[in-house]
Design a binder for this molecule. Structure first.
Ligand SMILES: Nc1ncnc2c1ncn2[C@@H]1O[C@H](COP(=O)(O)OP(=O)(O)O)[C@@H](O)[C@H]1O
Ligand SMILES: [Mg+2]
Length: 347
């Protein structure tokens, strides 16, 4: 690239509604993670993680259990120190223990304790005190967070008597007490029934409308795909893909997956399997009876035609042969099952 060329005026697609609501500078980066590593003894949980989350965005942080989501989140919230690299929120180093940072960030852990003997409003009142919200403002503050989380109905319920869905709402209400600009939710929908999941998604969307920047994690892509402006897919401590859902999808669509069916008995099917497995430009060859699926690593359709020709030359009659449409979960499975820890950045 020509070095004197002017940089593009905007580095990221803008979300005008979110920007207006957040009051932050247009396109401002709120959460910035650069070259982040985390070791637990000899085990490396995060490997060179890079993330940028813009003002007013919902960022869906997706990965299977053990991928490193909570580790990243704990570093962002200052509970863990990185082994290398840095994490910043609104330009403040997350490892600094800054008070200002604590006021700007609301964090809901994946498992928060049960407060026995406390009613929901008492639990909220307790945390108002922890945030040093003056006594005369507490009733109003509690009312506000109960309204935002549609939880007025449960304010006199005992915490230990709440269903998982209600408990998560109370936890979210607590997270919003000090009206943080940045909200980080670690698997808020884990263990919820389908109805409570939908409610949680709606609540997350409403946080965006309030102008907040939201980072939310899940082990399910389908949980967050619809509500996230951007997603990041992490596995074994490596960010495998990030960008808008469409960008991530397009990246992996390039990997053509085909399905074919041969005519005939087991002997023929096994012959076909051998032929497919021999081909270096294929991977993920799988067989169920006379049906096969495989991935064409080059992404070239010409290579698919080659496969068809090889089968026919070997006197195998092919009954059907077609590319498989990838949907969201396919993408997630494909991304998280790949063996090499290749870093695919589509931003
Ligand atoms: N305190 C710890 N000591 C040792 N290993 C840990 C610790 N916390 C997490 N891990 C390991 O780090 C990896 C990432 O964990 P975590 O960040 O909790 O993943 P996720 O939230 O995506 O499920 C896992 O393999 C987990 O076992
Ligand atoms: Mg976790």
């Amino acid at each position: 690239m020509n070095k004197v060329e002017k940089p593009p005026r905007r580095e990221r697609p803008r979300d005008e509604v979110a920007e207006a609501a957040s009051g932050d500078a247009p396109g401002a980066v709120v959460i910035a993670v650069e070259g982040l590593w985390k070791d637990y003894g000899k085990f490396t949980a995060l490997k060179d993680l890079n993330l940028e989350i813009g003002a007013g965005e919902i960022f869906g942080f997706i990965g299977p259990n053990g991928a490193g989501k909570s580790t990243t989140i704990k570093i962002l919230t200052g509970l863990l120190k990185p082994s290398r690299g840095k994490a910043e929120i609104n330009g403040m180093d997350c490892a600094s223990g800054s008070k200002e940072l604590r006021y700007q960030v609301g964090y809901m852990p994946d498992n928060f304790g049960v407060y026995e003997g406390l009613k929901v409003w008492e639990y909220l009142d307790f945390f108002c005190a922890a945030y040093r919200i003056p006594k005369q403002q507490r009733a109003e503050t509690i009312e506000r967070v109960l309204t935002v989380t549609a939880s007025q109905r449960i304010k006199d319920f005992y915490m230990e008597a709440l269903s998982k869905g209600m408990k998560q709402k109370a936890g979210l209400a607590k997270t919003l007490l000090h009206d943080p600009k940045v909200v980080i939710l670690d698997e808020p929908s884990s263990g919820l029934d389908p109805r409570a999941r939908i409610e949680m998604r709606e609540l997350i969307k409403s946080l965006k409308l309030m102008g907040k920047t939201v980072m939310v994690s899940s082990h399910l892509l389908s949980e967050l795909a619809e509500i996230s402006d951007k997603i990041g897919i992490i596995e074994k401590g490596v960010l495998l893909a990030s960008g808008t859902v469409d960008q991530v999808m397009n990246t992996f669509r390039q990997e053509l997956v085909y399905e074919l069916e041969v005519v005939g008995d087991t002997v023929r099917a096994e012959k076909a399997l051998r032929l497919l497995e021999e081909k270096k430009f294929l991977s993920h060859v799988e067989r169920i009876g006379a049906m096969f699926s495989f991935k064409i690593d080059s992404g070239r359709e010409a290579d698919a035609v080659k496969i068809l020709a090889i089968l026919v030359q070997n006197k195998l009659a092919v009954k059907s042969f077609r590319p498989v449409e990838t949907d969201l979960e396919d993408v997630f499975m494909a991304v998280t099952q790949q063996h090499g820890n290749e870093n695919v950045q589509v931003e």
